[in-house]
Write a protein that binds this ligand. Sequence first.
Ligand code: LRH
Length: 471
Amino acid sequence: TRSGAVAAVDLGATSGRVIVGRVGPDRLDTTTVARFANEPVFAGDGLHWNLVGMYGAVLDGLREAFRSTPGIASIGVDSWAVDYGLLRGGRLLGEPFHYRDERTARGVASVHARFPHAELFERNGLQFLPFNSLYQLAAEDAATLAFADTALLVPDLIGYWLTGAARAEQTNASTTGLLRVLQAAWDDGLVSALGIPRGILPPLIAPGETLAPLRDDVAASIGAAAGTPVTAVGSHDTASAVVAVPMHADTAAYISCGTWGLVGVEVDHLVLTRAALEANFTNEGGVDGRVRLLHNVMGLWVLSEAVRQWERREGHRIDLPTLLDAAREAEGVVFDVNDPRFLAPGDMTPRIDAWCAEHDVASPRTRAEYTRSIVESLAQAFADAVADAARLGRVDVRTIHIVGGGALNELLCQRTADRAGMPVLAGPVEATALGNVLVQARAAGFVSGSLEALRDLVARTHEPRRYEPRA
Ligand code: LRH
């Protein structure tokens, strides 16, 4: 093995970035060459992503990557799950919907009228989330759906624009609800029963396989060598994040904490038990055929959305570290962050008040108290989900790894350790980009081995910060 460089495009619900990773047997370091905001827009019929604009920012970022690091061997793309664009003849038929758009309620009603959740769980292994792609497709305008010839998940769409090749990467496809859980193949029966034209679903591709070389015009425009490949990675951001958790999967749980808190364990078999169904756990496809047995906890969204509303009201920015310092000294209550009322964009404090009133809990009064309450409630939901994951996956969990932006939130890490009664190991913050980089680097021959070997490299190069539980 020799060392080399790859470029990772990582698109999150609030921001995207392009990162150059340099990787060798004892080397894993990254440079963020571009960072751009991702701001969904209410336009016309609902809440949309501005994906064409984001693709422009991706190209700018890649141009900077190839300028700063000649010889980049490959590009990989990951993003949030479930959302897709419809195309016909290569043209995008309108900007993709945001999964927080309320149209999904229609889709849930129409799908569940024919397939109750328990039946879907047997087929696709997923937890119920109202925005799983199958519900979104069921809410789609029928004429548009009939007109489309291709549906591409967000990273697959970026990959298509970069290369001209239309594929569905498996880890992300596993979040659509349309994959047959035991076979990693589209569930043709379900697809046709839901009236989704089977032809719009492209062939699957696994992480590590080459999607295709860049289109010549794209390579020229970003200064890449002709023929530079786009490599399929765990294109579901959470799948990439789990690759880079420096854990021993047989004794640890992970929390990939950004907009969402994805809490679970990695196992090598599906868990389709009644208990998993009742705990609303999901079996998402991992890199190398692993199973991500996890649960979606509402995540930092609740805090960032509350802060966004406060900022709007005040007309100026609120400094998060200062707010968290105040929260450290404040009282907090525990509410159910997973209550569906917290899913939609908008004011969070009235919803917290309403939850508290309904449950005979005294509402927080100050911003510091709201913040403390959100942190305490997240920590409790994390601890509960870790316990569920351990029980359902039969994993003897002794430590919890927190990766992603949440690893920077000291209060959240400490309170998660306290409430779970076990150590929290925090970091790396950029786990998703690292997982993206590592899968490409392995395909390019810069590193080799199993996920355990890759995680060992992360542990050697990105030492986590340890939080001991306190009484
Ligand atoms: C996190 C994430 C999560 C999905 C949600 C839609 O970014 O991919 O795993 O459930 O977004």
